[in-house]
Ligand binder design. Structure first.
Ligand code: HEC
Ligand code: HEC
Ligand code: HEC
Ligand code: HEC
Ligand SMILES: [Ca+2]
Ligand SMILES: [Ca+2]
Ligand SMILES: [Ca+2]
Length: 361
């Protein structure tokens, strides 16, 4: 019996069709296919209104019936999302249409528009749902729907939104909006998973379609800040990104390579205090800077200052950023025969958000 409606529509030799038409014409003409309504699903999933529902997918007791979980918890009592006006059977792929929702019933959430046009029988929105059945060894869908067989068609990825997720209509505050289910919005009962939207057997963020491929990090003005290495607290870097010049300017506040003699004196600050500046061009996530040492100046007094000459002769710094709050400063200072790498992070987190916003532009 189950195969009758499908067989009539497709893939049967003429004399079998003739036989069926002669034997059961009234059924064929006037009854909806058991499979285009929920009754075809009920043979495995049970009555939509019997409570509690034991999930076939995660095996747990969902504590309520499928009807209430759907209509109350997910759809805020918008009956027309699934039902048709004349109160007849509930169709899988058509309905009267809920408030502001397309009249496509179950496949508004259990299907995707992008899969349409690849099924021998239906509009094709439910390809992912059908292949989820195939992945679990339920091959019965394939006897009617060609797109139920993974070797015939590959549904669009887990991250492609079902129509109702993309356009949630009016007054459906709990409608899921992300099929990758990062905040749990596709999960209403049982295990903390939502739906395996593309039917490859892998749910939500575990599906590789949901792994965002981040573009490589690029230097932006949001990196301008005070930076340091917690392991060498008490010294650090002021870094400024100048995008119009394409230059990174840096000041490194540090100490001499050895402690000064005990009797060394200075008028302002520790006699071991040292600072150097550096600047140079940047590209992508890296800047190459020439170190500048200054000498001969006196506190708040003009003149007398000398700087590294020629530029670069005191060494270089290569500043590389991995993210908005991590990077390295690689130094090479031949005059004191020092090379090394300092891992850096920000002294305060305040400007990380600005940097991240600029990075996604
Ligand atoms: C032959 C039995 C059978 C029939 C008929 C059947 N299902 Fe299923 N269905 C299953 C099984 C078994 C699972 C659980 C598969 C798994 O995840 O291991 C399942 C899973 C599901 C899921 C969960 C998908 C997910 O992403 O977790 C949905 C939704 C579903 N079915 C809807 C339907 C609808 C709608 C119909 C009718 C058009 C239907 N099923 C017909 C056996 C069936
Ligand atoms: C998520 C889809 C969905 C929503 C939303 C929904 N229903 Fe249903 N409803 C069903 C399904 C599926 C059946 C079972 C049909 C079957 O077994 O053939 C059903 C059955 C019924 C029945 C049994 C008689 C019949 O038509 O088969 C009534 C009455 C009913 N629903 C009322 C409501 C009311 C009232 C609302 C809104 C408060 C509502 N439903 C919302 C899917 C839905
Ligand atoms: C508004 C979105 C939406 C609509 C419309 C919708 N569903 Fe669902 N359905 C879901 C979500 C989300 C889940 C998974 C909930 C979870 O995992 O906690 C689900 C789960 C299910 C399951 C449970 C599968 C299992 O065993 O784990 C079945 C069966 C099901 N839906 C059938 C239907 C049918 C039949 C219709 C149409 C009459 C329908 N759904 C309409 C969103 C929807
Ligand atoms: C006996 C044949 C038959 C079998 C088996 C069958 N279906 Fe269908 N299905 C139909 C018919 C007929 C329609 C309505 C076609 C139309 O929309 O014109 C339909 C429509 C659908 C739709 C809505 C149309 C769309 O865009 O995808 C979904 C979803 C669906 N079926 C899922 C399933 C799943 C899941 C299985 C396996 C568990 C299954 N069907 C097995 C005959 C069948
Ligand atoms: Ca769940
Ligand atoms: Ca998947
Ligand atoms: Ca999902």
């Amino acid at each position: 019996m189950q195969l009758l409606p499908c067989s009539v529509k497709k893939n049967v030799t003429p004399h079998i069709t003739l036989f069926i038409v002669m034997v059961m014409p009234a059924f064929l003409v006037f009854e909806a296919s058991a499979y285009e309504t929920y009754s075809g699903c009920a043979s495995c999933h049970g009555d939509f209104r019997s409570s509690p529902y034991i999930s076939l997918a995660d095996g747990t007791d969902w504590g309520n019936d499928l009807h209430d979980i759907h209509r109350v918890n997910i759809l805020s009592n918008d009956c027309n999302t699934c039902h048709t006006l004349n109160d007849g059977p509930v169709y899988i792929g058509s309905s009267n249409g809920g408030s502001g929702l397309s009249p496509i019933s179950c496949v508004g959430c259990h299907g995707r528009e992008e899969d349409m046009g690849n099924d021998s029988l239906s509009a094709g929105r439910g390809a992912g749902l059908r292949q989820h059945h195939a992945a679990a060894g339920q091959t019965s869908c394939q006897s009617c729907h060609s797109d139920a067989n993974p070797s015939n068609y590959t549904p669009v990825g887990e991250d492609v939104l079902p129509e109702y997720f993309a356009n949630s209509g009016i007054n459906h505050p709990r409608m899921p909006i992300d099929s990758c289910n990062p905040g749990g919005g596709e999960d209403f009962a049982g295990a903390s998973t939502g739906l395996d939207n593309d039917g490859d057997g892998i749910y939500d963020s575990a599906d590789s379609d949901c792994t965002e491929v981040l573009p490589p990090f690029k230097i932006n003005t949001g990196l301008s800040d005070a930076w340091y290495d917690p392991a060498t607290d008490g010294q650090g870097f002021f870094i400024t990104v100048l995008p119009d010049l394409g230059v990174v300017a840096l000041a490194w506040f540090t100490y001499d390579t050895e402690l000064p003699p005990e009797d060394a004196t200075s008028n302002l600050g520790d006699p071991g205090n040292r600072w150097m500046t550096a600047s140079g061009p940047y590209a992508d996530n890296q800047a190459v800077l020439n170190i500048v040492l200054t000498s001969g100046g006196i506190f708040d007094t003009p003149g007398g200052v000398e700087r590294t000459d020629p530029p670069g002769s005191d060494g270089t710094l290569v500043v590389t950023f991995e993210s908005c709050n991590s990077g390295t400063v690689e130094y090479d200072i031949p005059s004191i025969d020092k090379q090394g790498t300092v891992p850096i992070q920000r002294v305060a987190d305040d400007n990380i958000a600005i940097c991240e916003a600029l990075n996604t532009e």
